[in-house]
Write a protein that binds this ligand. Structure first.
Ligand SMILES: Cc1cc2nc3c(=O)[nH]c(=O)nc-3n(C[C@H](O)[C@H](O)[C@H](O)COP(=O)(O)OP(=O)(O)OC[C@H]3O[C@@H](n4cnc5c(N)ncnc54)[C@H](O)[C@@H]3O)c2cc1C
Length: 351
């Protein structure tokens, strides 16, 4: 039986794991966090339940649609009906793009992480296991976690992290020197932007609006995205309360990265109040700050070029760093790379 270690249990790793397990491979996942889902994550604090990373999933290719609405469907799946409107650097708000707003925006009543939790069922996942470095011997791939004993050998290895983190892992690892340098160079083509995600809870609930969220279209405002999280489901907030999520623009996030959470909350809440002209929003009763160092890819790496180098060694990579920062794209890429691992001769790389 072919054995494979999948590093990372975000949507791409979970998707790949299912395709490989379906084909009879023995799959073991290693995830550094306490839970699965990666950047499609949900947090629950003080009665507020919120998606501090990805906000919702758009319908993509048939493969991800059929998994989300079929194989891994839960009764919890909902479409956010209200539209997304737009604003500019001057804070002028207008209706958004009708075509984009006509598309579904999927999430789950109890949080976006429901998808990953559903996909995690039936998989062998080692949580809270950060892999520090890897090595290759004639017997296969070996993994050294930050704590605990070396794991292996595995005949194949699939790495699914944001690519700068994959690059760090490879730099610390023991591979054939020429191959290692070439992989690191390919991974280095991808760049990611940082993002400060600021959660602001209120009682009473903020004013009702004709939109679910606002997006900045001219990239001239320190806030790039502002969402009324309680619009997803009433259960997301304590009775009578509401929750807004402000995702800050890349430049603002970079410049303000080191500031205290309390200062970030004060400043962003004041901006939110001014943007939507609602004074009460300057004083939240609850807040949380998430710093995403590698939030979304700006420049992608080329997975076909990379796999031409690595597949012969039984090593593969998948995730949004190759296809763009969207949950459905990461999931689809996981499926695609798993198929390349299963049928290497028929993949375009080897034609
Ligand atoms: C703030 C924000 C907003 C977003 N909004 C949207 C949106 O509205 N819609 C949308 O479709 N997409 C959105 N995205 C993008 C989407 O979340 C990602 O594209 C997608 O979740 C990436 O999945 P992935 O499996 O490629 O990577 P990840 O989800 O990052 O999974 C990689 C996993 O690897 C683990 N890992 C990392 N290092 C190690 C290690 N050394 N050892 C073991 N495990 C490790 C991580 O903990 C993680 O679980 C957003 C992202 C962010 C951050």
């Amino acid at each position: 039986m072919t054995t494979i270690a999948v590093l990372g249990a975000g949507c791409s790793g979970l998707a790949a794991a299912h395709v490989l397990q379906d084909a009879g491979w023995q799959v073991t996942l290693f995830e550094k966090s306490r839970d699965v889902g990666g950047r499609a994550a949900t947090r629950s604090r003080e009665g507020f339940i919120y998606d501090h990373g990805a906000q919702y999933i758009k319908p993509g290719a048939p493969a991800s649609i059929s998994w989300i609405t079929g194989r891994f469907r839960t009764p919890d799946l909902i479409d956010i009906e209200k539209p997304v409107w737009v604003f500019n650097g001057q804070g002028e708000i207008q209706e958004g793009d009708a075509e984009q707003n006509a598309e579904e925006k999927w999430t789950y009543r109890s949080g976006l992480a429901t998808l990953a939790k559903q996909m995690a069922r039936g998989l062998d996942i080692h949580l809270e296991t950060r892999i520090d470095h890897i090595r290759k011997t004639p017997q296969g791939w070996w993994l050294t976690p930050e704590h605990g004993a070396e794991q292996g050998p595995f005949s194949r290895l699939l790495i699914t992290f944001p690519l700068p983190q994959a690059q760090e892992l490879l730099e610390k690892s023991q591979l054939e020197p020429g191959l290692q340098g070439a992989i690191v160079a390919q991974l280095g083509a991808a760049t990611y932007r940082p993002l400060l995600s600021i959660m602001l809870g209120y009682r009473p609930m903020p004013q009702r609006r004709p939109y679910y969220a606002l997006v900045n279209i001219d990239k001239a405002h320190p806030i790039s995205w502002l969402a009324w999280e309680h619009e997803k489901a009433q259960e997301r907030v304590p009775s009578g309360a509401g929750l807004l999520i402000a995702q800050m623009a890349p430049d603002y996030s970079r410049e303000q990265w080191e500031r205290e959470d309390s200062e970030l909350v004060r400043e962003s809440a004041a901006m939110v109040a001014q943007l939507v002209q609602e004074e009460g929003l300057a004083t939240p009763i609850f807040s949380d700050v998430q710093r995403w160092r590698y939030a979304l890819p700006d420049q992608k790496a080329d997975s076909e070029q990379l796999h031409a180098l690595t597949l012969p060694a039984g090593l593969a990579f998948c995730g949004d760093g190759f296809v763009g920062g969207r949950v459905h794209r990461a999931l689809e890429h996981g499926i695609q790379v798993a198929q390349q691992l299963l049928y290497p001769k028929s993949s375009r790389v080897h034609q």
